[in-house]
Design a protein around this ligand. Structure first.
Ligand SMILES: [Zn+2]
Ligand SMILES: [Zn+2]
Ligand SMILES: [Zn+2]
Length: 273
């Protein structure tokens, strides 16, 4: 399985759209891996996670053929994950000869409401409901939705994605995991080959009942998963989804988490799982 990070920033981007803070100025000057667009990832070449306004840019810069994408998992309705208007480009005069006739979208309650309320015409896009702890089979993938501690009232989700004997946990956006999530992972006896962890705050403190995580919260989650056997020494752990407030310069983050053995996402980074 290949996981490609297309966008690795929080909602404002890095450098942030309208920001002139010291970190954003530094990112603009350094460029390269320090330029982070809004959150999106691709599994292999056909399972997309989230749909920010930067989707078109991601497809262009990564050589992605959008018509081949069969599945789209939405995590929640925040703008950096659910830019509904783009879906209306998959129909009529806007899209011809698509190799996958219909895009199957899976979304929780808030994202579905946003789509329904948008007034967008969704030809060739099927929106399906998925509930916390529900598992669906999508072609060669098995996908389970988990409830996220993020955006209360939205029914925000994060996902376990399995293909063959590989299992990935894609945890964006979420704060510290609910106890029921740990219980589910233990009950199912899951062992993760890769974890992609919400690291919005990096080293800015956030309590475990907050809607995002930083490195110390991630360390706690990883320790608990390791204790229950869901994380091993072989598990690849990637931190991702960074706020400009946390100064997410690539070389600084890499140095910071090297002792922990974590990888740091950047736009365009692929991880072989
Ligand atoms: Zn986000
Ligand atoms: Zn800034
Ligand atoms: Zn969010």
């Amino acid at each position: 399985m290949k996981l490609t990070y297309l966008g690795t920033a929080a909602a404002e981007g890095f450098p942030a759209v309208f920001c002139n803070c010291q970190y954003c100025r530094e990112a603009r000057a350094l460029g390269g891996k320090n330029i982070r667009t809004r959150s999106q990832a691709l599994i292999n070449d056909d399972l997309l996670i989230d749909l920010p306004a930067d989707t078109y840019h991601h497809f262009l810069t990564n050589g992605i053929e959008g018509d081949k994408i069969a599945y789209l998992l939405l995590t929640h309705s925040h703008l950096d994950h659910c830019y509904v208007d783009e879906m209306s480009m998959r129909q009529g005069a806007f899209a011809h000869d698509m190799r996958v006739p219909a895009l199957q979208v899976y979304a929780g309650e808030g994202a579905r409401k946003k789509i329904a309320g948008s007034g967008c015409y969704l030809g060739n896009v099927c929106v399906n409901a998925i509930a916390p702890f529900e598992t669906v089979t999508l072609g060669r993938y098995t996908v389970t939705a988990l409830p996220a501690r993020h955006m209360p009232g939205d029914g925000a989700l994060f996902y376990i994605i399995r293909e063959g004997d590989k299992t990935v946990l894609y945890a964006h956006d979420t704060g510290y995991f609910f106890d029921e999530v740990f219980d589910y992972i233990a009950r199912e006896g899951l062992v993760f080959d890769a974890l992609s962890m919400d690291c919005t705050n990096v080293d800015i403190p956030i309590p475990n009942d907050g809607g995002h995580m930083g490195i110390s919260n991630i360390e706690e989650v990883v320790a608990r998963l390791r204790e229950m056997g869901a994380v091993s020494d072989q598990t690849q752990i990637v931190i991702n989804h960074f706020s400009h407030n946390a100064a997410p310069l690539q070389h600084v983050l890499e140095e910071r988490v090297a002792p922990l053995g974590y990888l740091v996402s950047y736009d365009g980074r692929s991880v072989e799982i």
